[in-house]
Write a protein that binds this ligand. Structure first.
Ligand code: MN
Ligand code: MN
Length: 377
């Protein structure tokens, strides 16, 4: 039933992790924390990439990620992913994307800090750094497949390089000589000039290419919070807010000092977390008397598998901000405060051994983000 508990994890770095095992027969929990900085950096003149998949972070079987940077004019070339949709959040700087759907409809859009995109699986796209000035754009790409890989990423330059020149020439109605400068291997990230300001014409002319019916862009950071309390706030983009994002939901959460995103679980999705600022303690309850707590710092990834109880607490000296990505377009959750508030007193008394006066003090509605006793919103 529980594929994570039954997995033996050997020789792992347990720093920052405290495992608790009440059941003497249970095996150890996997690590729910991974530091993105541990991964090798792929460096090209126009930018860099760091990838983390289920191979390095086994608990995250269904979600993988790439942290990418692009210099102004640096172009992550035209490519598509055979096995995953792509969700992204811009951390710093600005980028331009081009994305084409299966009807040949093109969207060209510029993204700044706090904006997200969603590209359906298999749709071709490019990303280019826009500065401003010498600013290097930094963004996080999240994929709805833990075994996402560069090996299932198809680059246009690689394809043309690997195809006999005669076929490419015939296809494009050109002579082989006219194609003599084509790249002979995958470009991956090319360096060019910073692109001109929008609108720009496509090869077939300005206005002759139809825009897709649904935009791939959503300005997450500038949205009205989904939840706002005295102790933090959450902005959310499920398919309800961002209709093209049918297989993923993203959220930007800020927790004030001491703020606690309460005990809860997600019936329909895994939760992948990335710390933008501050210090967070993630606690995960894995059933069978097993629970763990990990401390997360900027650049760290945390994970709560589907159905696993979890909570996030700001344990730093200042505010904390983190991204949450779910592998479902529908956002669902059940919180401990709701579970308890919906039950009759006699049941809670028998179940949790609490006295009636204490039960009376329990929250009467969902807390969502709580704080220390006396700090109720
Ligand atoms: Mn991509
Ligand atoms: Mn959660």
């Amino acid at each position: 039933m529980n594929k994570y508990i039954n997995k033996e994890i050997e020789g792992e770095d347990k720093s920052g992790q405290t495992s608790k095992s009440v059941d003497p027969g249970a095996t150890q929990l996997p690590d729910f924390r991974f530091s993105m900085g541990k991964q090798p950096l792929r460096e090209l003149p126009g930018g860099t990439a760091r990838e983390v998949t289920a191979r390095e972070f086994p608990v995250s079987q269904n979600i993988a990620a790439v942290l990418m940077t692009l210099k102004p004019g640096g172009l992550r070339e035209l490519h598509w992913h055979a096995n995953a949709a792509e969700w992204a959040y811009v951390i710093e700087g600005n980028v331009r994307v081009t994305i084409v759907d299966t009807q040949g409809r093109l969207e060209i859009a510029d993204f700044g800090r706090g904006d997200i995109w969603y590209f359906p699986r298999g749709h071709v796209h490019s990303i280019q750094g826009l500065g401003p000035g010498s600013t290097v754009a930094k963004f996080l790409l999240v994929f709805d497949n833990g075994y996402f890989s560069e090996f299932a990423t198809f680059s246009v330059s690689d394809w043309l390089a690997q195809t006999p020149k005669g076929i490419v020439a015939k296809n494009l109605n050109l002579s082989p000589e006219e194609l003599s400068e084509l790249p002979t291997e995958e470009v991956y990230i090319a360096q060019g000039p910073t692109p001109p300001i929008l609108p720009v014409a496509s090869l077939s002319g300005l206005g002759t290419v139809l825009a897709p019916p649904l935009t791939h862009k959503y300005q997450l950071r500038s949205q009205k919070p989904f939840v706002k309390s005295a102790h933090g706030e959450v902005r959310l983009a499920s398919a309800g807010e961002f209709p093209i994002s049918t297989t993923m939901t993203g959220a930007l959460m800020s927790l004030h000092r001491g703020g606690l995103r309460e005990l809860h679980w997600h019936p329909n999705a895994d939760e992948w977390q990335y710390i933008l600022s501050g210090k967070i303690r993630l606690t995960v309850f894995a059933s069978h008397g097993l629970a763990t707590a990990v401390e997360l710092e900027p650049g760290d990834i945390g994970f709560a598998p589907m159905g696993y109880g979890h909570a996030l607490e700001n344990i730093g000296d200042g505010p904390a901000e983190l991204l949450l990505v779910f592998n479902s377009g529908e956002y669902q959750e059940i919180s401990i405060s709701t579970v308890l508030a919906t039950q009759p007193t006699y049941l809670l008394k028998t179940n949790l051994y609490l006295s009636e006066p204490v039960i009376e003090k329990l929250p009467k509605r969902q807390e969502f983000i709580a704080a220390a006793h006396g700090g109720r919103k």
